[in-house]
Design a protein around this ligand. Structure first.
Ligand code: ZN
Length: 675
């Protein structure tokens, strides 16, 4: 998996914790700055930015400017007329002097907000075209009130803009991967020119690939494939002097400034990226990626380029994106401590000695703080990054895998007060514990799961690891989760200074059980089983512990005012039960016991009680929580004195519309139509 995508529909429960402390002086400012349709816009803060050395702050400033300069590229990549639609609506928004209180005007404003959020007229996640809630007649009426000189080149594009917004048959989907269609003709994205068919594109790249090349370039990654006047296929390269040149020149301008202040090896890495942008040479892009992945010393790091190919049905073309970040020292320290003690955790695990690794090496995960998002990472972003994508580079040089802590933190903050916890968590003491320790317990749960859990244990002689077949990922996730849950409740963590007390574990326990036995069902359609392996694993663990602890009333179903709640009565016993189940999970894996694995999954992980399922869906729907989230960027500015940069200031604007208009005015470099 290249990216860890997150949106709150998928993280109803991950997002419900409070933060672990006061990270900000601006704590009173609301975290959610805007909401419309199925989207909420959140601001994020950049803790520890002020403490960075001045030269690193300046580097972040230059890289952040470069991150903003490619915004138009993504709009154009997503659909040929996206810039025309955006600019037309922005022109209306700026110049309309009529009534701004009518329902139709509000609908027009909302539509523009959606276009900004999705970087185009198609939903960022479903890829379906937005349906306007204002009429074409209203649109034309408003347009007619605006003086002709305001329109410029947009006037001539009016018919295409109207079709794009109002004709549901025109470009209905940005990305259509159905098996029975020409995926290029059926997708509205702008990666292939007029009249190029799927068969032609596939043949074009099949002819280009050298199957014997051990280090193949990412063919077609940075081009649009078009037909010339004679009908022959050719690539228009996205580079300085090629397609998107005006925006790429600006990106290069800021990268040069960054190169000038960066230290080696980062200086050479940036130089290589500039060279690639100037030549469009994909071998240079690979050289850049190798240098980038090998650089594990630079505190400030960044992504800037054509990176992910999710937007192209054939998977050749990559969308432009940018992220600027630096190391989160505190969080990195946490994973280092865990990793250093890996052998202790292995030796003391509640599993059979035969299945313990004699020598275990923990993985230390890198945690970063994001300072700026751009292109396909803005406003909606992932919470983790794993790059580069080229398989041969990953094999020969590895990859960088990071999680983004301040974005997760902002998601958590935004989820507070949405009513979810009050609705589903019965006891005030459990909610308070979560408010205090939720973020820390969640981070540690992930750290132990990733740094130790998956790598722990060993197979019995003769077992290959393939025996568990279709149950293997559920069982493996359960094993890693149990390793984390068990050790969260162990005094060793207090001793290592990772948690203040076991209260941190109890916060995670009450939430985990509630999620596994109840609230996660809000993401599943009524009548369906649990299919996804992480969801199965959570249900398996919670239901197994419920049943095994029944005699001692460890976990209890409570009915109050006609609503169901699940509560944990005995955290210490639950800790023990996690240990017992881990023992069995390790045995199943180590012995490759397919029958036992199948039996435990089918008994506890799959079937949902229909009455409970319906209740959860109804209660969750009543909360009206937006399933998608995105972010406004902080503003980063240079402070100069007598021509010298003396400081770099960061601030946290809370106005989504103002930021979008600001970017459209100051970071918009491309013509409306790019051919
Ligand atoms: Zn896992």
């Amino acid at each position: 998996m290249k990216k860890i995508a997150i949106f709150s529909a998928m993280m109803c429960c991950a997002a419900l914790m409070a933060g672990c402390g006061n990270k900000s002086a601006e704590a009173e400012k609301p975290w959610i700055v805007d909401r419309f349709d199925d989207v909420k816009v959140i601001r994020y803060e950049v803790p520890a930015f002020e403490q960075l050395p001045l030269e690193e702050k300046i580097l972040i400033y230059y890289l952040s400017e470069a991150a903003k300069c490619g915004r138009d590229i993504l709009f154009d990549q997503n659909f040929k007329y996206n810039l025309a639609v955006r600019r037309t609506l922005e022109c209306i928004r700026e110049n309309y002097t009529g009534d701004r209180e009518t329902a139709e005007w509000k609908a027009l404003e909302k539509y523009l907000k959606k276009v900004w959020f999705a970087n185009g007229i198609h939903h960022h996640y479903s890829n379906d075209k937005f349906t306007p809630e204002f009429s074409q007649a209203y649109f034309e009426e408003v347009v007619a009130t605006i003086p002709a000189e305001k329109w410029g080149e947009l006037e001539a594009l009016r018919p295409e803009v109207i079709r794009s917004i109002f004709d549901p048959e025109f470009a209905p989907s940005r990305l259509n991967q159905a098996a029975d269609v020409d995926v290029i003709a059926a997708s509205a994205n702008n990666y292939y020119g007029e009249g190029v068919t799927q068969a032609e594109a596939e043949a074009f790249y099949a002819a280009m690939v050298d199957p014997k090349d051990p280090q193949p370039i990412s063919y077609g990654l940075n081009t649009r494939l078009v037909k010339d006047e004679k009908g022959n296929l050719k690539e228009l390269v996205w580079k300085v002097g090629g397609l998107y040149s005006p925006a790429i020149e600006q990106i290069v301008f800021w990268l040069r400034k960054a190169e000038a202040v960066a230290k080696e090896p980062q200086k050479s890495t940036i130089a290589s990226l500039i060279n690639y942008y100037e030549t469009g040479d994909l071998r240079e892009f690979d050289r850049y990626n190798v240098m980038w992945v090998k650089d594990t010393v630079s505190n400030v790091d960044f992504v800037n380029g054509f990176i992910e190919n999710y937007g192209d049905a054939l998977g050749f073309k990559s969308s432009w994106e940018a992220v600027v970040n630096f190391r989160d020292e505190e969080a990195c320290h946490r994973t280092e401590v865990i990793s250093k003690n890996a052998q202790w955790f292995e030796d003391n695990a509640p599993i059979d000695d035969r299945f313990k690794k004699k020598e275990v090496k923990g993985v230390s995960a890198k945690v970063i703080t994001v300072a700026q998002l751009g292109g396909d990472c803005y406003p909606a972003t992932a919470i983790g990054i794993n790059l580069p994508n080229a398989d041969w580079i990953r094999k020969e040089h590895g990859s960088k895998s990071v999680t983004i802590d301040n974005i997760t933190y902002a998601y958590d903050k935004a989820a507070q007060g949405n009513g979810f916890l009050e609705e589903f968590m019965l006891r005030a003491e459990d909610r308070e514990r979560l408010a205090k320790y939720g973020k820390l317990s969640d981070d540690l749960h992930t750290d132990i799961h990733e740094c130790l859990g998956h790598g722990s244990g060993q197979l019995a002689p003769g077992v290959t690891g393939t025996e568990l077949r279709n149950y293997s990922s559920t069982l493996e996730e359960a094993r890693a989760d149990l390793f984390a849950l068990y050790y969260l409740g162990d005094e060793k963590l207090v001793e290592l200074g990772l948690i203040p007390s076991l209260e941190t574990a109890w916060a995670q326990y009450s939430k985990y059980i509630m999620n596994g036995m109840m609230t996660q069902f809000s993401r599943i359609e009524l009548g369906k089983n649990v299919e996804e392996s992480h969801m199965r694993n959570r249900k398996l663990i919670a239901e197994w512990c419920y049943e095994k602890g029944k005699a001692d009333n460890v976990i209890e179903w409570v009915k109050q005012d006609g609503k169901s709640y699940v509560v944990v009565n005995d955290f210490k016993k639950l800790h023990q039960l996690f240990g017992e189940l881990l023992h069995e999970m390790q045995r199943i894996k180590s012995e490759g016991d397919f029958e036992a694995g199948k039996a435990i999954v089918e008994a506890y992980a799959v079937k949902i009680d229909p009455a409970l399922h319906q209740e959860v869906l109804e209660r969750n729907a009543a909360l009206k929580i937006e399933p998608y989230g995105g972010f406004v960027n902080p503003d980063i500015e240079l402070v100069e004195k007598d021509g010298e940069i003396v400081d770099v200031k960061i601030s946290y604007p809370a106005d989504y519309t103002a930021q979008m208009l600001h970017y459209s005015k100051n970071y918009s470099f491309l013509p409306t139509i790019n051919e």
